[in-house]
Write a protein that binds this ligand. Structure first.
Ligand code: ADP
Length: 549
């Protein structure tokens, strides 16, 4: 029997229409360092229509051409997020922090036709525009001299100014009806491991993902929220916050290029966010700032931390010292990115609830998760069997852009192999111990680098700790602990190891220690363990070796 339901495609233009009318008075606030800029969602709707007209009439975007963005989190980027897919084209968010040759590689791979760029990023784009062979148009948002772009790319590209290009165009657009399974947006993995690979989200997957972001089990976005979206729109779609915002009527506070702790604290004071999302590194910096400055954070009920494992010490510090609840979440570019959120089950309280909150959480309805062993055999969800996490679902990618068939290293029998290692509990909580390539294999046993890092970061003198496996004659591999110490702290390796011994098995305790100024980070602020390993291999670290414990 067929259903009697109407068939309306799940498409992004419907989210835009809804957000810009029903929630037309909600706003996107863009930080400028001085007076913030404000734009209502009704204005976002009109600007999106104007941009679509301009892209069609001046830049020849009539089908599924790729329109790239090279932008910070701001109102214009939000307009592009909606205009480009709504007109049937494909939004491609370029990661401004990748190496220039990677940016060019990605733009060419995606065959980008247009690039929308913030004027403050002109110097950065000028370095790569010459190598972007398919780009024909660049649109500059904000006043700035585009001469470096013209100098680099010559007359192969036409340069337009955002305001002049949109000025006078109609503020409605007859959004195309699309096939909901067609691509709406493209994002390339940041290449923590290997070359960036493209993921094409569909209208349908973004729509379903937005629903999920808005549920109380997800991020719980609603019309009374003001969401500080620190996680970049050029990385994993800012965790879906821009789409979820117009979906739910939550206002957005966009930091633009002001990502340091001091301006973020100012945004909190001035704009009263209720919710915020960022990687642990950002929260770590903000914590140090909050600890030493008077900041009214009373509006901020929850912050979402994901992208890397959130150290429990960070969660406790935010909650106990500043009254801000930290919610731990896991996801990947490949999973749109929201995979799991660590909210404790009904009835859990006290220490029990905390234990749930340290995990990576549960996947939402629609996404399935399983743990598999080395021979691809599914392992029991018993909370102790350790293996690779695999997921599948309607907003999980089934292959990479350009691949005819799924890459066997990343996909198996219709499941995405996440490369993350951990356990699954009978009640569905994922606990990740490491990335497969970061697990330290010591004499046939596995040591979790993340567990050692979390334990070390609980020491009051340790700001950051990054643990990697390094070659060892006897054991194959052993952990090397690199630590960043609080200014003026004099704690030594032996003392740190004694501290670790209270919570970590003796055989896992590192012999090799190095104090460093800062942990090297990837383009999206994650610990770059590749760099730490090669620094060690090249003898670039001052390593203190303790006798075996
Ligand atoms: P990249 O692979 O380039 O870092 P992604 O941003 O897609 O790009 O990263 C996804 C990966 O980030 C996951 O596979 C996982 O290893 C890590 N990750 C994300 N969230 C968490 C978390 N809460 N705990 C541990 N690891 C996480």
């Amino acid at each position: 029997m067929r259903s009697t339901m109407m068939d309306a495609p799940l498409q992004i233009s419907r989210i835009l229409d809804h957000g810009s009318t029903v929630h037309g008075t909600a706003e996107v606030v863009t930080w400028t360092g001085a007076e913030p800029r404000r734009m209502t969602y009704a204005e976002v709707g009109r600007a999106a229509a104007r941009l679509a007209h301009a892209l069609r009439d001046e830049c020849g975007v009539t089908g599924d051409e790729r329109v790239a963005t090279f932008m910070w989190n701001n109102a214009e980027h939000l307009v592009a997020y909606f205009a480009v897919p709504s007109m049937g084209a494909v939004l491609h968010t370029l990661n401004i922090r990748l190496f220039p040759d990677q940016v060019a590689y990605i733009a060419n791979h995606a065959e980008d036709r247009v690039v929308l760029v913030d004027s403050t990023l002109i110097p950065l784009l000028a370095k790569v525009i010459g190598d972007m062979t398919t780009v024909r148009h660049v649109v500059v948002a904000g006043g700035g001299d585009p001469a470096p772009l013209v100098a680099a790319a010559g007359d192969r590209i036409s340069v337009h100014h955002w305001d002049a290009l949109l000025d006078g165009r109609p503020d409605t657009y007859d959004w195309r009806e699309v096939d909901e399974r067609d691509a709406a947006a493209l994002c390339y993995t940041s290449g923590t491991t290997g070359n960036p690979k493209g993921v094409a989200y569909s209208h349908r997957s973004i729509y379903l993902h937005s629903l999920q972001v808005c549920t109380p089990e997800g991020f719980g976005l609603g019309p009374t929220d003001r969401t500080l979206a620190i996680v970049p729109m050029f990385h994993a779609m800012s965790w879906g916050l821009p789409y979820a915002a117009l979906f739910s009527g939550a206002s957005l506070i966009m930091p633009d290029r002001f990502l340091q702790a001091a301006p973020i604290a100012e945004m909190i004071i001035a704009e009263h966010p209720t919710l915020a999302g960022a990687v642990p590194t950002i929260w770590n910096d903000l914590l140090a700032y909050l600890d030493s400055h008077e900041v009214d954070t009373s509006s901020l009920a929850e912050v979402i931390v994901g992208g890397s494992a959130c150290p429990p010490a960070l969660m406790h510090a935010f909650e106990e010292r500043h009254g801000i609840r930290v919610i731990h979440a896991w996801g990947m570019t490949e999973t749109s990115p929201l995979g799991s959120v660590a909210r404790p089950p009904a009835g859990a309280s006290g220490e029990d609830a905390w234990r749930y909150r340290y995990t990576q959480g549960r996947v939402p309805a629609g996404v399935e998760a399983r743990i598999v062993g080395p021979l691809a055999e599914p392992l029991p969800a018993d909370g102790t069997s350790v293996g690779e996490l695999e997921v599948r679902g309607p907003w999980v990618t089934g292959r990479y852009v350009g691949d005819e068939t799924p890459d066997e290293e990343k996909f198996r029998d219709g499941w995405l192999r996440t490369g993350d290692v951990g356990t699954l509990s009978p009640d569905g909580y994922i606990t990740l111990t490491d990335r497969a390539k970061d697990v330290i294999k010591s004499g046939g046993e596995w040591i979790s680098s993340v567990e050692l890092e979390n334990a070390l970061m609980a020491h009051p003198d340790v700001v950051e700790a990054c643990v990697v496996g390094v070659p060892d004659e006897r054991w194959g591999e052993r952990p090397l602990a690199t630590v960043v110490l609080r200014e003026g702290a004099g704690v030594g390796a032996q003392e740190l190891r004694d501290f670790l011994a209270a919570s970590v098995a003796r055989w896992q305790l590192p012999e090799r220690w190095a104090v460093i100024d800062a942990v090297p980070k990837t383009s999206v602020g994650k610990f770059d363990k590749k760099v730490v390993r090669s620094r060690y291999a090249e003898g670039g670290l001052e390593v203190r070796e303790l006798a075996a414990p």
